[in-house]
Write a protein that binds this ligand. Sequence first.
Ligand SMILES: C[S@@+](CC[C@H](N)C(=O)[O-])C[C@H]1O[C@@H](n2cnc3c(N)ncnc32)[C@H](O)[C@@H]1O
Length: 248
Amino acid sequence: MPLALIKKKPKNPDSRKSKSPKKVFNRLFENRLIHRLSHKDYRDTVRKVYDGPQGSFLMACSLLSLHVSLGDRLLRSRKFDVRGAKRILDVGSGAGQIAGHLVRYADSDASITCFDLSPGMVRRAIGRLKSHVPRFVVADLAHLPFADGVFDCVTCGYVLEHLPDPRQGLSELARVMAPGGRMLLLTTEDNFGGAWTSRIWRCRTYNRKELRQLCEELGLSWRKELWFTPMHKVFRAGGICVEIVKHR
Ligand SMILES: C[S@@+](CC[C@H](N)C(=O)[O-])C[C@H]1O[C@@H](n2cnc3c(N)ncnc32)[C@H](O)[C@@H]1O
């Protein structure tokens, strides 16, 4: 067969080929639960974690880790610009950390839909935000109860790492996003900070290049990588933070 006809096999987004000592250490330290349980059992575990006492500390953890203040700055400074978006979806809204920013910075006539797998977290978010603007739903990112192409803006903060297979969640997000729609995606990276987070919140981490490649396959282009602070850029402590756009 002529060489030109031999197609390069697409890289499996879960294949972690790098064997640098740092990567090996991170892999050893990272929580492996997600790879041991069936998808259903794992989802039940995630729901229990967030429904239970650990979920009630989520807001405090987000405040301490500066996720709330830095997330606020990201939207306030328009690094991720929500102006003009009319149908916004907040994925895995947790205690309403990002939903709160959306209420503040989105257009007053924008509709904001928030969902979470954990009914306990939905109750906490509603109680904390005390706003009639966001509509809350209990739903699973892997099976979204929304029609195709309805959202022009999506925020997904530290949720994708709770799925054993990112393709499931990302393809659902690509489905419900309108062509040209934009998404703010935050997720844990395969470094020490990510491995540490995976231990606390029973999640996994992603390799930046592999996740980007998977997004491309699903018609989701990385428009720009965002950094909360220069320290974040150097140490990658806040993980992957990126603006994504769905192909037209
Ligand atoms: C770390 S919190 C993130 C909360 C918020 N988005 C933020 O940026 O701070 C993760 C949230 O994702 C939710 N979650 C996990 N897996 C999910 C899934 N498959 N579908 C929907 N929500 C999910 C959890 O219940 C939890 O509330």
